[in-house]
Design a protein around this ligand. Structure first.
Ligand SMILES: [Ca+2]
Ligand SMILES: [Ca+2]
Ligand SMILES: [Ca+2]
Length: 466
């Protein structure tokens, strides 16, 4: 089990419990400025020397880089440059030009930090925040460009972005404000040609079209969510939009957006988004090399659980969760005690099919998951009893008329308090794990059926959410 997967799954389980988003919320309020050390401290001292010690550092709210001073090699000399975001008291009130971005290079001889770029957040910005910072070599010259996404809307649905790079022979950075907005921004080699690309992803929105004459009434139009590819023109070094594709028009919010292998032959972006109805659905976007265009697949998986796609086993391929009711619960998702199977699947582009890789029952309320074998998927069902905090697996039997019933009991996983468990445990149950005051225990049923499971297998398949 890969650690990253554990952490990600923990996050999503917490999200399910609290009903809030994994990636939402105002991280700015949650983060305390870390005490800068080493080079970062030097950079902060230099900034404060120039603009005063009352600067307010600005932390990117999303993406990989979350500190107010980011150390990254953008000149390609093997030494890190510094990128700092801050507001000063005089600009804090002014929401149109509030944030300064300072890029500094350390002089090898003197050790002093010298400014090689100073920029303000774009004027049209109505927000006072840095959304995210991305790096990537977009023209293939061996130097990484900086792309900064600037918060420009209250719900982060229409942010703006700029690219900062060195023109041929230039010692200082130039800025290009890109004429596009995004809800999500991905910097990755989408086209698989060795150069980084940008994918700006929007949510659906409605616009009001002003009538041409006074007699006409204004009309509202839906602009569907879309993904737009931006690449850097090698000659002019300008960003050019080289492809766009519409996404599901019901997309109102992205819960998770990741880049990685779709299948063995193709990289792409997997988007888990929500519709108005609170259903989570998965879409795919990738670059078709032969057709030279962006391709999108809609509604690959739809589910009511907020489980998001991830590379759960670290093999570079993204697994997409497919959540379906176990045998006997079809068509009655909301039935009390209904049990859902989560199947993690890879998408086969040629066949346009999801191929299951691993299946599990996720018990978010009790904080664990349990892997199940393929032989159980069609022939076994389960009952979750929340008052007893138990999950029991049975052989699923169906009569001639297709009416299902519970057959032999195969396994019960149950939670007990330390007091209930006592010195000698509970009859029939064996201890799996303990956490705080809770004892996780299991009882196996008949051993002579083809679906029978041993206590060793139970231990192997059971995993607590830390
Ligand atoms: Ca470059
Ligand atoms: Ca590329
Ligand atoms: Ca994988």
């Amino acid at each position: 089990m890969k650690k990253g997967f554990l952490i990600a799954l923990c996050c999503l389980l917490v999200a399910q419990l609290t009903g809030c988003s994994i990636f939402g919320g105002d991280t700015q309020n949650l983060m305390r400025p870390p005490k800068a050390t080493g080079a970062k401290a030097g950079v902060q001292q230099d900034i404060e020397k120039t603009v005063g010690s009352s600067v307010t550092y600005k932390y990117p709210q999303n993406g990989e880089y979350r500190s107010a001073v980011i150390m990254h090699d953008i000149t390609g000399d093997g030494e890190d440059e510094a990128i700092a975001f801050y507001a000063t008291p005089s600009t804090v009130q002014n929401t149109t030009t509030g944030i300064t971005m300072l890029v500094m290079d350390q002089n090898g001889a003197t050790g002093e930090w010298e400014v090689i770029g100073r920029f303000q957040n774009p004027e049209k910005s109505t927000g006072l925040a840095v959304d995210r910072v991305c790096f990537g070599d977009m023209d293939g010259d061996g130097k990484q460009e900086i792309v900064v996404g600037w918060n420009a809307s209250y719900d982060n649905s229409a942010n703006v972005f700029s690219i900062y790079s060195f023109a041929e022979g230039a010692e200082t950075l130039g800025e290009e404000q890109v004429q596009d907005t995004y809800a999500e921004l991905v910097m990755a080699d989408i086209t698989a040609d060795g150069k980084s690309d940008l994918l700006a992803i929007s949510v659906s929105s409605t616009i009001t079209v002003t009538p041409e004459t006074e007699e006409d009434v204004p009309v509202t139009q839906t602009v569907p969510a879309s993904a737009r590819l931006w690449q850097m023109e090698e000659e002019t070094r300008e960003l050019v939009s080289t492809g766009t594709v519409d996404l599901n028009p019901d997309t109102t919010r992205y819960l998770s957006v990741i880049f990685g292998g779709i299948d063995r032959e193709q990289v792409g972006v997997v988007l888990d988004s929500t519709q108005q109805s609170n259903t989570l659905f998965t879409q795919l976007v990738y670059w078709d090399k032969n057709q030279e265009c962006l391709v999108a697949y809609d509604n690959i998986s739809q589910r009511s659980m907020s489980t998001v796609s991830m590379d759960m086993d670290g093999d570079g391929l993204i697994e997409i969760p497919v959540v379906s009711p176990m045998q006997g619960y079809r068509g009655q998702r909301e039935a009390s005690g209904a049990c859902m199977i989560t199947q993690w699947c890879n998408f086969d582009i040629e066949l346009q099919e999801l191929e299951p890789k691993r299946s599990m029952i996720i018990n978010a309320a009790d904080g664990y998951w349990f892997d199940i074998s393929n032989s159980w998927i069609n022939d076994v069902t389960a009952r979750m009893e929340s008052d007893k905090r138990s999950l029991t697996f049975y052989v699923y039997e169906e009569d001639l008329f297709g009416v299902g019933s519970q057959g032999d009991e195969l396994l019960t996983i149950q939670l007990f308090s330390k007091r209930e468990w006592g010195e000698n445990g509970v009859e029939g149950f064996e201890l799996l794990q303990e956490k705080g005051d809770t004892v996780y225990a299991a009882k196996v049923g008949r051993a002579d059926l083809k679906w029978s499971i041993t206590m060793n297998e139970v231990r192997k398949n059971f995993q607590l959410v830390s």
